[in-house]
Design a protein around this ligand. Structure first.
Ligand SMILES: CC(C)(COP(=O)(O)OP(=O)(O)OC[C@H]1O[C@@H](n2cnc3c(N)ncnc32)[C@H](O)[C@@H]1OP(=O)(O)O)[C@@H](O)C(=O)NCCC(=O)NCCS
Length: 222
């Protein structure tokens, strides 16, 4: 049994915290990370089998050996229409084939105060820096699912953190290749701003073509 943590009108977000062999959490993760198109903008690329997904997933779920482990979060995005009988809680298909996307928040450094319009942080002990990651199966693209699920995740995360620290300030960062227009559109719709764009001279195969290595760094304060 895995708990549904966040719901939107069309989606359910299930927190994943186990990469153990045979776990539904691993299946949900692998269902998306094995897809070539979903992972086309990731320098890591697809996970060829569950063992590869198990190793990759270890880097995004809480772990006793990781720094700031409690700030690592990984969610599978599920379509509610596939689960009409479920009202808030339930199980997923045994093979974990219901996931359409994966969202992650991972600890990152705070953007330095004053850098290109970044917010002033008066008390660093109250500020948390996180990096957002997301990918969806191609069958789910263009329907607003990324925007809907990320918005719900950020609202949920912020309200949970605020319960224990009412003054908390969260900086969410995202790094996107400058040719990944779909992804940039999602972030701009969610209110992210560009911090800087770095275009390198090295050419890499990413997003289905040879492209200059580049990154648009974006941020949003919660
Ligand atoms: C990027 C990604 C998450 C977007 O998911 P999605 O559910 O399709 O996103 P949304 O439907 O919420 O929004 C997509 C936006 O891109 C637009 N779009 C779709 N296809 C496009 C295209 N070929 N060129 C430009 N814009 C496009 C959509 O119209 C929409 O914008 P709009 O609401 O202004 O019309 C998804 O395409 C994906 O998983 N890609 C591969 C992984 C990836 O790139 N992850 C991000 C790495 S930084």
């Amino acid at each position: 049994m895995a708990g549904i943590i966040v719901e939107t009108p069309r989606l359910q977000l299930m927190q994943l915290n186990s990469n153990a062999e045979g776990s539904v959490h691993l299946d949900l993760f692998h269902n998306v990370w094995r897809d070539k198109q979903a992972t086309q903008w990731s320098p890591h690329g697809p996970c060829e089998n569950k063992i590869a997904s198990q190793a990759w997933m270890a880097g995004v779920i809480p772990s006793t050996t990781a720094d700031r482990s409690g700030e690592r979060v990984c969610y599978a995005v599920l379509l509610r229409q596939n689960r009409p009988e479920v009202k808030g809680h339930g199980t997923v298909d045994d093979d974990g084939s219901e996931s359409i996307g994966i969202l992650t928040l991972l600890p990152s450094e705070l953007i330095k105060e004053g850098l290109l319009g970044s917010p002033k942080i008066n008390d660093a002990s109250r500020a948390i820096g996180l990096e957002l990651g997301y990918l969806f199966l191609p069958s789910a693209w263009g329907k607003g699912f990324a925007t809907e699920s990320i918005k719900a995740l950020l609202e949920h995360y912020f309200s949970e953190k605020r319960k224990s620290n009412p003054q908390v300030m969260i900086q969410i960062q995202a790094n996107v290749h400058h040719d990944n227009v779909r992804s940039l559109k999602v972030l701009y719709k969610l209110g992210f701003s560009t911090l800087e764009t770095v275009v390198g001279e090295d050419v890499v195969f990413i997003g289905g073509a040879s492209r200059n290595k580049s990154v648009v760094k974006l941020w949003k304060a919660l």
